[in-house]
Design a protein around this ligand. Structure first.
Ligand code: SAH
Length: 236
């Protein structure tokens, strides 16, 4: 459900309670997408089906998740699509895992912490994703899968995955996401020593939101936060 101001409320099979009042279950059940319903305080709300990203925005968080601007760049640079098989580690909260699962054929996700793996399992179920295989496994020890189109790392020591790149198909991508530069340089150093990998580039994506309010048209007054650097590498 969405109010006229764009605030989203999710119907979970019961009366919907919001700060704008309540809508009873039977009223919601008999409505169809596009109908406007009224709360008991008279606030109008539009009923819609919602898209994947509406539900994605509600996922449970444990570990810090990769922001959308960065995940979008990984998809754009590597060209992954509905036929791609992708591995990502560690699963963390499942932010990247679920985002990728909505795009590609199959996602394998490795995580060493069981408490995080449980959060990821819940997020996968809540989003009705059926193409994810979770593994309780240390990726530094090896990769079981073969012929992968992409391996994405969001790990403290990504260079420890360089010896396992045979899991990636020829021409496929290895992408490492790190918040700090020492991890990036150690990763690139090991990539450069490998005769199976070509280092392409490291980027930081900066997103600056603007406000449009009458004649007050300017970048929003907020600092541009740093998320991480992405290093793109190809298997040859
Ligand atoms: N990209 C994730 C967040 C990853 S946080 C997201 O968008 O939600 C990093 C995760 O890597 C943590 O959960 C940590 O437990 C896990 N991790 C650290 N070392 C690992 C290893 N060697 N193998 C698998 N997972 C690992």
């Amino acid at each position: 459900m969405i109010t006229d101001k764009g605030k989203k409320f999710f119907y979970k099979g019961d009366d919907l309670h919001t700060q704008y009042g309540c809508i009873k279950k039977p009223e919601i059940e008999k409505a169809k997408p596009g109908d406007v319903l009224k709360t008991n305080t008279g606030k109008e709300m539009l009923l819609t089906n919602g898209i994947f990203m509406d539900f994605y925005s509600k996922i449970k968080r444990g570990a810090q998740i990769i922001p959308l601007k960065d995940m979008g760049s990984i998809v754009a640079q590597t060209g992954i699509n509905s036929k791609s098989r992708v591995l990502e580690a560690g699963s963390g909260s499942g932010g990247l895992c679920c985002f990728l699962a909505n795009i590609v054929e199959k996602v394998f996700t490795y995580e060493i912490r069981e408490d995080f793996a449980k959060i990821v399992k819940k997020n996968i179920e809540n989003l009705n994703l059926t193409n994810v295989e979770q593994k309780h496994k240390d990726i530094y020890e090896g990769i079981d899968e073969k012929n992968l189109d992409l391996v994405v790392l969001d790990l403290p020591e990504p260079w420890k995955v360089v010896p396992h790149v045979k899991a990636i198909k020829h021409g496929g991508f290895l992408v490492s996401y790190s918040p700090c530069t020492p991890q990036v340089s150690d990763f690139i150093e090991d990539v450069s020593k490998s005769d199976e990998l070509i280092y392409i580039k490291t980027v930081e994506i900066i997103e600056r939101e603007w406000e449009f309010s009458g004649r007050k048209i300017r970048p929003k007054s907020q600092p541009i936060g740093h998320s991480g650097f992405m290093s793109f590498v190809r298997r040859i």
